[in-house]
Design a binder for this molecule. Structure first.
Ligand code: ADP
Length: 457
């Protein structure tokens, strides 16, 4: 080879800094994706560790990384191994869930829109990319997941007394349907449902999972609210059909998750158009594009449309989901695309959440309150500004959002005495005027602070 220029680690990393992950909006070196760099003469090898094996950008990133390094003087050969380590949020999990990286709720405003069908097909599409996937069927009154996956296997118990979930088509499944006859379940009521779900979360040996999909009962009432609050969710997905009424109900579901600070990862529109089995033409049965429009209006991602396919009903009854029964069908391809988009949205949400969390909180007598954030930003606070911005129901009108606490109500020597973490999304601030009901989300705190240069502690 005539190529004699020396290849250095710095040169390779600089070249790789030109490769951007368009979803996360950063280069792959800064994102920490480049691992295990080896240079031997003109041969360069490294791994690109993605945030999910289902990354839709996999091929593109590999090609761009290869081209960038190949263009360096002295490089003869480039070997890239694409790997994945699914990132998780810093959510507190109890023991049985410690190995579960992401829990995602699949919800719908009403029954019959294809929520369970979507859950099963998305789970299989994620598993096909190499991810470890489980489904927790939280629909305790109408458990349909075991039937859809074709399993009647009961869980066994491990040495520690945890239930070992049956594995169907590579997916770990826990459902009332694998414990009792599904018809028996329909007589149970809310508190039992919530208790059973708790058992499914803390009493099941889930092991290591990249994704645990939680198939919620249909609706957005109290049962769903309680279930959602009792699970450390990374995000939620709403399944809807293109009909107006279904979309209106889906909006209610979105608001429920937003209120609970659960990131809405996107909307899936099911039964959107019918693929004629004879001519393969897509006929729009309901009005089209409603899901996408709702997603746009509510500023949440649109994860994709699934067409109507009669084989979906057949497969649901025989325990063969469409992605298994007809992997080349338009519906199966649509589920694969939805799964990829979901994994990408989850990575984006997890990454954003990790950088927008407080790392340190300083409350000292002599200096203004200060937060050092995970992304290195530092914000300082005026005690008075914090008190006047209190988001609790007594300080602002819940319906209009108008402030009811006035300047004159706040004593001149107002001070934050304590800050107590709430869930994974906020702080409860305690003031010296005995006011202690405000939960300040991290987003609100970031807004209220003045950005400062990082200081010496
Ligand atoms: P949910 O969980 O929202 O109550 P299911 O997933 O049980 O809804 O679906 C209800 C019925 O509709 C099932 O019989 C299922 O096979 C069928 N179904 C769901 N999605 C589709 C689709 N895209 N095409 C045809 N049938 C579908």
């Amino acid at each position: 080879m005539a190529n004699t220029a020396e290849v250095t680690e710095t040169a390779v990393l600089n070249a790789l800094k030109q490769v951007y992950d368009p979803d996360l909006n950063q280069d792959i070196v800064t994102l920490g994706f480049v691992k295990n760099l080896r240079i031997c003469g003109g041969a360069v090898g490294f791994d690109i560790e993605l945030t999910t094996p289902a990354c839709p950008m996999k091929e593109r990133l590999k090609r761009e990384a290869n081209d960038a390094v190949k263009a360096l003087p002295g490089v003869d050969a480039v070997t890239i191994a694409m790997t994945a380590r699914t990132r998780s949020r810093t959510v507190t999990r109890d023991d049985a869930l410690r190995g579960v990286k992401n829990i995602v709720a699949i919800a719908s405003g009403k029954g019959g829109v294809g929520k369970s069908t979507a859950t099963v097909n998305i789970a299989l599409a994620l598993a096909a990319t190499g991810a470890r996937v489980g489904i927790l069927d939280a629909d305790v009154y109408g458990p349909s997941i075991p039937g859809m996956l074709g399993t009647t296997e009961r869980p066994s118990a491990d040495a520690g007394g945890l239930a070992v979930p049956p594995v169907a088509r590579g997916i770990k499944v826990m459902s009332v349907g694998v414990l009792v006859d599904p018809d028996e379940a329909t007589v149970w009521r809310g508190p039992i449902a919530s208790h059973i779900l708790q058992q499914f979360l803390s009493g099941v040996a889930w092991g290591e999972l990249d994704y645990l999909l939680l198939d919620l009962p249909p609706g957005t009432g109290d049962v769903q609210l309680t279930l959602t609050q009792s699970v450390p969710l990374n995000g939620a997905v709403i399944v809807t059909t293109p009909q107006d009424v279904a979309l209106r109900i889906a909006r209610k579901g979105l608001r429920m998750f937003q209120k609970l600070s659960v990131p809405v990862l996107g909307i899936i529109e099911n039964m959107a158009g019918f693929v004629c089995p004879k001519c393969q033409t897509v006929h729009d049965i309901f009005r089209k594009g409603g899901g996408e429009r709702t997603a746009r209006e509510l500023a949440v991602p649109f994860l994709g449309s699934i067409p109507l396919d009669p084989r979906m009903v057949e497969g649901g009854d025989s325990g063969e989901p469409l992605v298994v029964l007809a992997p080349e069908s338009a519906g199966a391809k649509a589920f694969e695309a939805v799964a990829r988009n979901l994994a990408a949205q989850l990575s984006i949400s997890n990454t954003a959440e990790q950088t927008r969390r407080p790392r340190e909180l300083h409350l000292h007598d002599q200096t203004p309150p200060r937060i050092v954030w995970e992304d290195g930003a530092v914000t300082v606070y005026d005690h008075r500004v914090l008190r006047l911005a209190c988001p609790c129901a007594a300080c602002q009108d819940e319906m209009t959002g108008q402030r009811t606490v006035q300047e004159a109500d706040v004593p001149p020597d107002i001070k934050v005495l304590d800050a107590v973490p709430v869930g994974r999304y906020g702080l409860n601030l305690v003031f010296n005027d005995r006011h202690a009901t405000g939960i300040y989300s991290f987003d609100l705190l970031r807004e209220l602070g003045e950005l400062a240069e990082p200081q010496q502690r």
